[in-house]
Design a binder for this molecule. Structure first.
Ligand SMILES: Cc1cc2nc3c(=O)[nH]c(=O)nc-3n(C[C@H](O)[C@H](O)[C@H](O)COP(=O)(O)OP(=O)(O)OC[C@H]3O[C@@H](n4cnc5c(N)ncnc54)[C@H](O)[C@@H]3O)c2cc1C
Ligand code: SF4
Length: 504
């Protein structure tokens, strides 16, 4: 096998390939596992549904274009709310490099308290901070994880930090996988400067040098298996102008690694009738996220600086993590409430706006249902404890901006106008129905969780699917609980461990 990048768009007719290992999905988990496996001389094939988009092309795209080319479904996927839950807009990347291409670059190790829960509830006894240290060190080295310097902190984040200090808590600097970041703030649309070391830049080139083949535009639909053993995967070739629609893909391989992400790995398992039915596609956690806008008297130009640079775990005992963020000016303008002249007046002040975000360390309320068509239907029933935390989170963020001198705050509540301090403090946040809350997630996890016994999860502690020889999972779906912090580093450390155990 000669390493390289291929597109199924160039194939004529059906495509049949073979390999020692086939990896489905080229995101954070898949690229890491593929690189580890290829470096030992195995013939590795990576299959990716989305296109391969080079950094030079990302730089030429407007944010709306990049939404179409590298984000899944133009970032329009939404969970179906059950009970007293908001609808959650869940976003993912769909390209070579997966969601890693559109991250803010934020890197956190798995918190010790989360690992301790994994040991207690899922019997993952080897998951101690000490035992995982070598995997994190390896990933951090390849990703060039570094602390964001104060000079790259945006004015928007600096104002939130001032408010936090006034209220008695501090922001801490974040670590990101960057090298040479100039603070242009485009991270979520793919870094045009190759400064954010997403896996398409940091991992896949090494896999290819070691002989791996990366095929884009390949949609895997099924894991093939016979007599309790894996026999590769099958699916379809996508987007082939001028060619027969629906040309077939068949890959023969004795080992398969699923890394299609928490939204799609359970779809593949269900379509292939694999995995413990009580757990496949269930327990999805998402880190429900909310943003708060503040309006200041003086211009802020909050888009200047690293998209994400500071955070706080001060409220972690309440299941709340605060993280800096910003929105592209076009999206920010559209977010300003009101219609007609009122909206125009608000939007004309976008250089006075600040943004901050917060996520909930949630319990797994999501379930993936396979339905006709490409995308599954995902329901999410928010745990009452998490639901009760939403007003608290919004209050913390609004009071922090007000303490920094904001004239108005804009809540993520549909139909709510900007509010000064008095109006905000009178606003009945607890009475806002879930259907009016604007909630987003970038972190679906846990739909094929690992555990020490077949009754508790879908894979064993090494990521091997319990009921089939030759099938492993190396993506966010094996993460058994929410983390309370951004997950890419945890997923990559776990994927490194899965690949090394496969080799072993
Ligand atoms: C906008 C955004 C910002 C984020 N920012 C951060 C951050 O700053 N820090 C952080 O830690 N995390 C961040 N995340 C989350 C992080 O990117 C993900 O948790 C992580 O990439 C998930 O890794 P994964 O391998 O599970 O899936 P992904 O990286 O999503 O990769 C899955 C890949 O599989 C492909 N695929 C799916 N189904 C199939 C199929 N049937 N056949 C072939 N291919 C398939 C998909 O197209 C995709 O490319 C962010 C996510 C988003 C969307
Ligand atoms: S802020 Fe830094 S990492 Fe993000 S897109 Fe700009 S240069 Fe790349």
């Amino acid at each position: 096998m000669t390493g390289g990048y291929h597109s199924a768009r160039d194939a004529r007719g059906d495509l049949t390939l073979d390999a020692d290992v086939v990896v489905v999905g080229s995101g954070a988990g898949g690229s890491t596992a593929a690189t580890e496996l290829a470096s030992t001389g195995l013939r590795v094939l990576v299959l990716e549904e989305g296109p391969r988009v080079l950094a030079t092309d990302l730089g030429k795209m407007r944010p709306t274009e990049s939404l179409r080319h590298v984000w899944r479904d133009g970032a329009m996927l939404v969970t179906v709310p059950l009970g007293d839950s908001p609808a959650i807009n869940v976003t993912m990347g769909r390209c070579v490099g997966g969601s890693s291409v559109v991250t803010g670059g934020v890197c956190f190790r798995t918190p010790g308290a989360v690992l301790s829960r994994w040991r207690d509830e899922f019997g993952l006894l080897e998951y101690t901070p000490e035992a995982l240290e070598p995997y994190f060190l390896e990933v951090e080295r390849h990703l060039h994880v570094e602390e964001v310097p104060l000079s790259l902190r945006s004015r928007s984040t600096a104002l939130f930090a001032e408010g936090a200090r006034a209220l008695g808590y501090e922001l801490q600097p974040m670590r990101r996988n960057t090298d040479g970041c100039n603070g242009c703030g485009r991270c979520n649309f793919g870094c045009p400067h190759q400064a954010k070391l997403s896996v398409d830049l940091s991992y896949l080139p090494r896999a290819v040098r070691a002989g791996a083949e990366v095929w884009s535009h390949c949609l895997v639909e099924r894991v093939e298996h016979r007599h309790g053993r894996v026999d590769g995967v099958s699916g379809r070739l996508l987007n082939r102008p001028g060619s027969r629609a629906g040309a077939r893909l068949r890959v023969h391989a004795p080992r398969v690694v699923l890394a299609a992400g928490s939204w799609h790995t359970p779809v593949l398992l269900k379509r292939s009738r694999l995995g413990n039915e009580r757990h496949v596609g269930r327990h999805m956690t998402v880190h429900p996220g909310f943003r708060m806008l503040g309006r200041f008297d003086a211009p802020v130009q909050g888009w200047k600086g690293a998209l994400q640079s500071a955070w706080s775990d001060h409220f972690e005992p309440e299941g709340i993590t605060l993280t800096s963020l910003f929105l592209p000016t076009g999206v920010l303008g559209a977010t300003v409430p009101g219609a007609g002249p009122e909206h125009l007046q608000g939007a004309s002040k976008i250089d006075h706006l600040t943004v901050f975000g917060g996520i909930l360390h949630d319990e797994g309320g999501g379930t993936v249902h396979v339905v006709p068509g490409r995308e599954p239907l995902v329901t999410y029933r928010m745990d009452p404890r998490d639901r009760a935390r939403i007003p608290r989170l919004l209050r913390i963020m609004a009071e922090t901006f007000l303490a920094a001198g904001a004239e108005e705050v804009f809540l993520p509540v549909l139909g709510a106008r900007g509010m000064d301090a008095d109006t905000f403090r009178r606003f009945p946040l607890e009475a806002v129905p879930a259907s009016r809350l604007e909630c987003a997630s970038q972190h679906p996890l846990g739909t094929a969780r690992m555990a020490c016994s077949e009754g508790l999860g879908v894979t064993d502690p090494n990521g091997k699917v319990w009921d089939l020889e030759g099938l492993w999972i190396a993506d966010g779906s094996i993460v058994p609980t929410s983390l309370g912090v951004n997950p890419q580093l945890s997923i990559m450390a776990l994927a490194t461990r899965v690949a090394q155990r496969m080799r072993g």
